[in-house]
Design a protein around this ligand. Structure first.
Ligand SMILES: O=P(O)(O)O[C@H]1O[C@H](CO)[C@@H](O)[C@H]1O
Ligand SMILES: O=c1cc[nH]c(=O)[nH]1
Length: 244
């Protein structure tokens, strides 16, 4: 079979279990936890590695920033036969309880991005797979994160910095949404429409309302939280490999 047109990977090389993340450099960091690692392709923002973790074959793929580009990646992964995807990302806090360094497992995503309404009406819910969520939560509790571990609804946006229109963060904070990022709604909608399992874990890198003033995701507490979420995601995939 020919290569996937955008990821530039041979579908037969893609395992059924995968981790995705925005940053191609983070994909490389995650791949360093694997044995028998191979970098299959680096095409646009999409960097694909495969390897084994505790005897389980997994892929690690970067999807870039924003839902439209990320959805292209998820769709091609599904076409290649991937059956379980976990997103390992960063997010801004919307909650007084979970601050920088905390980990959030996303049980569902508010669809404030523009992509998924072009796939299915906006009333359709973007929800995670419950087995993936449970496996992630259990693994996160044991991952020694520098902050608290929580699970709940997250917000997916297209805008990162604000313009002249007020962003809806305060409304969703009031509604109990825990964190904001930019791709989970796309992941959950694509997964639900194509019949695969998906979940997501997020390391909080600051207060979402402060990104316009000075966003700094390069602090050591964020790096520690990202390390912890990587351990949690790998542990969850091993558990999920036993529960197809
Ligand atoms: O940490 P990652 O996976 O890149 O995710 C978050 O970081 C990016 C913004 O800086 C967006 O892609 C957002 O969703
Ligand atoms: O989308 C994002 C990602 C990280 N941190 C934020 O505040 N927003």
């Amino acid at each position: 079979m020919s290569l996937l047109p955008i990821l530039r990977v041979d579908p037969k090389d893609m395992p059924e279990l995968a981790i995705v993340c925005g940053d191609p450099f983070r994909a490389e960091i995650i791949s360093q936890q694997l044995e028998q690692v191979k970098e299959l392709a680096y095409s646009r923002e999409y960097r694909t590695f495969t390897g084994e973790y505790k005897g389980v074959r997994i892929a690690v793929v970067s999807h870039g920033v924003g839902s439209p580009g990320a959805a292209v990646c998820f769709e091609e992964m599904v076409k290649a036969g991937v059956k379980t995807i976990i997103r390992v990302g960063t997010a801004g806090s919307l909650s007084d309880r979970y601050k920088t360094g905390s980990l959030i497992i996303s049980t569902a995503a508010v669809r404030e991005e523009g992509l998924t309404r072009q796939l299915v009406p906006i009333a359709f819910p973007a929800v995670a797979d419950s087995k993936v969520t449970d496996a992630l939560y259990e693994a996160a509790l044991e991952a020694n994160a520098p902050g608290a571990v929580g699970k709940g609804i997250t917000l997916t946006m297209d805008a990162f910095f604000s313009g002249v229109v007020e962003l809806p963060h305060a409304i969703y904070r009031q509604a109990g949404v825990l964190a904001v990022e930019m791709e989970i709604a796309a992941l959950y909608v694509v997964a639900l429409l194509r019949g695969i399992r998906a979940g997501a874990i997020l390391a909080l890198d600051g207060d979402s309302t402060a990104v316009d003033e000075g966003y700094d995701p390069h602090r050591s507490i964020v790096a520690e939280a990202v390390d912890a979420e990587i351990r949690a995601a790998l542990g969850a995939l091993v558990k999920l490999a036993e529960q197809p």
